[in-house]
Write a protein that binds this ligand. Sequence first.
Ligand SMILES: O=C(O)CCC(=O)C(=O)O
Ligand SMILES: [Fe+2]
Length: 353
Amino acid sequence: MYESSTQSPNDSERTAFRKAEKKYKLYYETDTKKCSSKRQKQPKPIDLSDVLDFKQVLDGQIPSGIFKLQSDFDFPVYCIETHPGFYFIPAALSIEEQCHWIRESLTSFPQPPNRTNHHAIYGHIHDLFIAAQKTKVLTQVDALDLDPASLQNSDIGTKWHFSGENTTVQKEDSAIPASALLRKLRWSTLGLQFDWSKRNYNVCIPHNKIPESLCQLAKRMAAPAMPTGEDFHPEAAIVNYFAAGDMLGGHLDDMEADWSKPIVSISLGCKAIFLLGGKSRDDLPVAMFLRSGDMVLMAGQARECFHGVPRIFTDKENAEITPLALHFSNQEDLGFLDYIRCSRININIRQVF
Ligand SMILES: O=C(O)CCC(=O)C(=O)O
Ligand SMILES: [Fe+2]
């Protein structure tokens, strides 16, 4: 999962998957004449004509190679002839549900004992989103000077805690604005924790079960991809946070025991391009849009396919988050609005054993 290619850089540049990543990745104009002001970088235009659009499919424009699954499932489900085991459920979540999962992804999912990408550096960080709203800074402190209750629970030696914006600190680099940490939040893990250094699930890391409501959603939505008569048991989830320019490189999710069980994947926030390749990086991937509220299932043969997210769109025209923005327009939701208007969140839920 997520490992870099074992090929040499030159070889990897040549694969069909890498070429597609480069085609869709965000590059900025270097020609200053094309930039409206020197400080405002302009994205290079890209050709989106080959990108499969399931919103159009839902509206009845079904391109060749795509078919609707015949089932009594509550939502229309689409499949790709060349990729058995891949299921696309457009607009699976209502706006209210999308807002709910965005809130959860920012406030409760990154809470300890769940780990995030910040854990290896700062130990557990509590209430990051709230701290960012209150313009707090994370400061490194002499543990002996502090009331233990105010410390972030760090199990890696150094003690960090949030304090007010104007706190005096000894070293500049030991005070990090919570807002910067929120922007750099890249992933959090729910349920069984994934050990990225060993590339496996480590059942010994303290963890909570996946929240019941997320479990129920995943079980319900996994149905079209489930082997007949079997139940989906969500045991782990990875929440990916994308800012403009972030991408998720081509990878396989191969650390789960039973590949007949789907990965249930939810898209929230800004629109993205998803690349679904084949079993080799040399196979030409299918590019498709993922919008807020879309869900994808990958099971069986599709579990063996390279996939990734080379691009998210944060510009007004392409991000397609107006309905979300309207729902987050109350004063108390402005923090969520501010975050999601230039970000994407993906929650993917897995059965590990
Ligand atoms: O962000 C996405 O839609 C895909 C995420 C993914 O492939 C993963 O986390 O393994
Ligand atoms: Fe993946």
